[in-house]
Each structure stands twice: as structure tokens, then as C-alpha cells.
Ligand binder design. Structure first.
Ligand code: 6PG
Length: 467
């Protein structure tokens, strides 16, 4: 066996699958896990002539041929710093450490700068696709210097998923933390899309009283249309799986409190901090928070039962209208995500190639969807996606459906925060006159905050207390 350049630390499910993917593509790899029994069991189950599993970190580093490429697949946060601190005295100038976890992009920037002082290349690589993606082909978003990209390019291209044209779903997003930034926004979009799909599910279940089986059938139909995507694809299995402990669908036995690990909240926070609005993503994060505390909701539901309206009967028209609502709002969620990335690219001088991001999300990742083809070509024309004729053509006939679904659902007391905020987003951005003049007037009245005028340049203040 050739002495490997590549090593991987952290044999959790994602790490183990990524190591197997690399080995399957013909690369020699050394793997290391803090708990030796995990390495032993990995080697027993998946070992082959391309994989070695040194028992100590020293042996692991020693076994790699410089310049070393060390992939970290450890839990984001403190664990990444701990592993870097342990590795640093063992590795040499010119080696690369690539953090493949969902690390916060500001941590990645700090680590990148710290390791630069030791002439060690640090990179943050967004890896999307869950366990299956890691094994069979993820979408990979690399933030690194050119040196690391050149070192990593071949292996990343070999293990990545393929886009709609068969090209690998990997790109050098930009320097330092650009890759983790884009992965963060990917996850924010993932939150938005899942919340929209959940609101559609709630309409069908609560307002139109459909069973999981019926909803699975409708979502399967949607997946055969322009809404085709990974998340619609897996919905059928999630909605149709029977519970083995009761006589019902498992989805009906799952507690309705949504968990989260933080990437959606970081995206929303970034949106608030930079002033680049992503209301659908932010609402999706709030919506998850609000699902917490089922007991409290059950108690309040009794007191406020009169807010809910009688169920209605489903029709083909509703199914088609909901499809339009989902399509337009999901497209607008991607648009919000791309505007956040565009803004960050300018702010941090990352020079991110936006069409390339729409391309590498076409395969492997959780938000892969047919509409990324439309977004890819639209972004090649114009970064302001709403200004492109193709996006307008896709949105204009469907916004009516979004408005109709919201009217029906909100009228019946179904919470539709993501649908509603998405509609407000497009209604706001397409209004030539908004009520902000009135807000400015109030601000100037109570705090002399000044305002601009529509007819002259400059900053003005009115002495409101004299008539
Ligand atoms: C991916 C996923 C992955 C993970 C999310 C889940 O791209 O493969 O986004 O990163 O499933 O982080 O996030 P929450 O636990 O916050 O929903």
C-alpha cells in the first residue's frame, strides 16, 4: 500500500462514510478516532487494503506522507479547537487541516489566521448530504487558500456527487471561511424549505383532514413536477413508514417539537447583523423554537379553541394551488439565501461565483432540487435574481397560489409563518411605495432622527412642535 497523504480524524457515521468513500475512489487513507475501539470496529467492518487505522495520534500523523491532508470530522465547536491543539505540534509547515464539520464561519476564520502563523494551511469545507451523501457523494463547499485547493482538488472531485451535467459538485468557494459561510446559508435555506413543506403538510392534514398516506401521495405527485427535489423525494418514505409499536404511521407518533443544532439560527443572525433580509429563513428558525413545549401549547389550545375554524374538503384546485405556493416560496427562499451570500462575498471580498454555488447544490446536498437549474442560469445573467426574466416567468403565475393558500390557512387559524413572511418579502420588494415615510416621520417627531425627501437631496428635520 502507498503511504497515504490523506488522514481523517473522527469516525462517527459521517466520518466513517467519508473515509469509505475516499478509499472506494482508490485513495489510501489513514483514519483515527480518540476511542480506539471505534477504529477497531471500523476496520473490522469496512477495512480494506487502502485503509490503515493507527492507534495513537502520533502514529497517525507519522503514517501520513507530507504534505499531509488531515480531514477533521469531529463535532463543531470546542472539539475542533482541541484536536487542532493536539495536532499542531505533530504536523509540519505545508500540511493542511480541513475542517469538514458544520463549524461557525467566524471560528473557521479565527483558526485559519491562527494556523497561518505556523504556515499550516487551514480550510473549512462544507459537506452536505447526510450519511448517504458522505458515502456515495456529497456536495462540497471548500473555503481555503489556493495551496489547499490544489492539494485537495483531485480527491474532492473524486468523492463528490455529480451535478445535472455530470460534473463534480465541489468548488473552491473562496478563501478562509467562505466555504463554511456558504454551508451555513445552505442549512438556512434547508430550514426555510422544510418549514414551508411542513406548513403545506399542516394545511393538508389540519384544514383538509388528509391522512399521512394521502399527503404522501400528493407530495409524491409534486416530486414529479417542477418541484422535484431530494426533500420531496424522501417525504414519501417519511410519511408512509408504519410504526412498529402501534397501528399507525410513524410520523403521527413523532412528537411535534423540532430540534436544531444552530446553523439556521446563525444564518438568521447573519441576516440581522448585515441587514440583508432573509425572512423565510428567520421565520423557520422562530417556528422551530415555537414548537417547543408541547404541554404548554396543549394547555393554551384549550383556552383558544375558538380561534380555529372548521375543516374543509380538498379539491384538485387546492392541490394545484398549494403546489404553486410551495414552488414560489421555495424559489424565494433560495433567492434570499443567494442574496445573503452575494452580500457576504462583497463584504468579505471573497469573490464568490454564485452560479457555481447553484451548480454544486444540484447533487449530493439536502437542498438539491430541479429549480437549481433555473437559478444557475438566472445567476449567470444577473446577481439580482428577481430582476431576471426567467425568475419572473417562474414566480408571476404562482404568487396568486401563494396568496390564496395563506388566505385559506390563516383564515382557519393554521400557523403559516414561512408562507406569510415569504409573501410579505416579495410584496415588499415589488412595491414602489412603502409606508417607511410614516416611520421616518415618527422617528423625526420623537427623536429628531431626520429624514430624506423625495424631491431634493440632503437630510432634513421638521420642528414638529411649532405648527
Ligand atoms: C446537510 C445537513 C446537515 C445536518 C443539519 C441538520 O447538509 O447534510 O444540513 O448538515 O442535517 O445540520 O441541522 P439541524 O439539526 O439544525 O436541523
Amino acid at each position: 500500500m502507498k503511504q497515504p497523504h490523506i488522514g481523517l480524524i473522527g469516525l462517527g457515521t459521517m466520518g466513517a462514510n467519508l473515509a469509505r468513500n475516499i478509499a472506494h475512489k482508490g485513495y489510501s487513507i489513514a483514519v483515527y478516532n480518540r476511542t480506539t475501539s471505534v477504529t477497531e470496529s471500523f476496520l473490522k467492518n469496512h477495512g480494506n487494503s487502502s485503509i490503515t487505522g493507527p492507534r495513537t495520534l502520533e502514529e497517525f500523523v507519522e503514517s501520513l506522507k507530507p504534505p499531509r491532508i488531515i480531514l477533521l470530522m469531529v463535532k463543531a465547536g470546542k472539539a475542533v479547537d482541541i484536536v487542532i491543539d493536539q495536532l499542531r505540534p505533530l504536523i509540519e509547515k505545508g500540511d493542511s487541516i480541513i475542517d469538514c464539520g458544520n463549524s461557525y464561519f467566524k471560528d473557521t476564520k479565527r483558526r485559519y489566521n491562527e494556523l497561518e502563523n505556523y504556515e499550516i494551511h487551514f480550510a473549512g469545507c462544507g459537506v452536505s448530504g447526510g450519511e448517504e451523501g458522505a458515502l456515495n457523494g456529497p456536495s462540497l463547499m471548500l473555503g481555503s487558500n489556493d495551496n489547499s485547493w490544489q492539494q485537495l482538488k483531485d480527491v474532492l472531485q473524486a468523492i463528490a456527487a455529480k451535478d445535472f451535467n455530470g460534473k463534480p459538485c465541489v468548488t473552491h468557494v473562496g478563501p478562509e471561511s467562505a466555504g463554511h459561510y456558504v454551508k451555513m446559508v445552505h442549512n438556512g435555506i434547508e430550514y426555510g424549505i422544510m418549514q414551508l413543506m411542513a406548513e403545506g403538510y399542516d394545511m393538508l392534514r389540519t384544514l383538509y383532514t388528509l391522512s399521512s398516506k394521502d399527503i404522501a401521495h400528493i407530495y409524491k405527485q409534486y416530486n414529479d413536477t417542477e418541484l422535484s427535489s431530494y426533500l420531496f423525494d424522501i417525504s414519501e418514505a417519511v410519511l408512509l413508514r408504519k410504526d412498529d409499536q402501534s397501528d399507525t404511521y410513524i410520523v403521527d407518533m413523532i412528537l411535534d417539537e423540532a430540534a436544531q443544532k444552530g446553523t439556521g439560527a446563525w444564518t438568521a443572525h447573519e441576516s440581522l447583523a448585515t441587514g440583508e433580509a432573509t425572512p423565510t429563513i428567520a421565520e423557520a428558525v422562530f417556528a422551530r423554537y415555537l414548537t417547543g413545549n408541547k404541554e404548554k401549547r396543549k394547555m393554551l389550545a384549550k383556552h383558544y379553541a375558538s380561534l380555529k375554524k372548521q375543516p374543509k374538503t380538498i379539491s384538485d384546485d387546492v392541490v394545484n394551488t398549494l403546489r404553486d405556493a410551495l414552488y414560489s416560496s421555495i424559489l424565494l427562499t433560495y433567492i434570499q439565501g443567494f442574496s445573503l451570500i452575494h452580500n457576504a462575498s462583497q463584504e468579505y471580498a471573497w469573490n464568490i461565483d454564485l452560479p457555481e454555488i447553484a451548480r454544486i447544490w444540484q447533487g449530493g446536498c439536502i437542498i438539491r432540487a430541479d429549480m437549481l437549474s433555473l437559478l444557475h442560469s438566472a445567476l449567470r445573467e444577473e446577481k439580482q435574481l428577481l430582476a431576471t426574466p426567467s425568475v419572473q416567468k417562474a414566480l408571476l403565475p404562482r404568487i396568486r397560489g401563494l396568496r390564496h393558500i395563506i388566505t385559506q390557512g390563516v383564515g382557519a387559524g393554521i400557523p403559516l409563518p414561512a408562507f406569510s413572511s415569504t409573501l410579505a418579502y416579495i410584496d415588499t420588494l415589488t412595491s414602489s411605495q412603502l409606508p417607511a415615510n410614516y416611520i421616518q416621520g415618527l422617528r423625526d417627531r420623537f427623536g429628531a432622527h431626520t429624514y430624506k425627501r423625495i424631491d431634493k437631496k440632503g437630510v432634513f428635520h421638521t420642528d414638529w412642535l411649532t405648527s
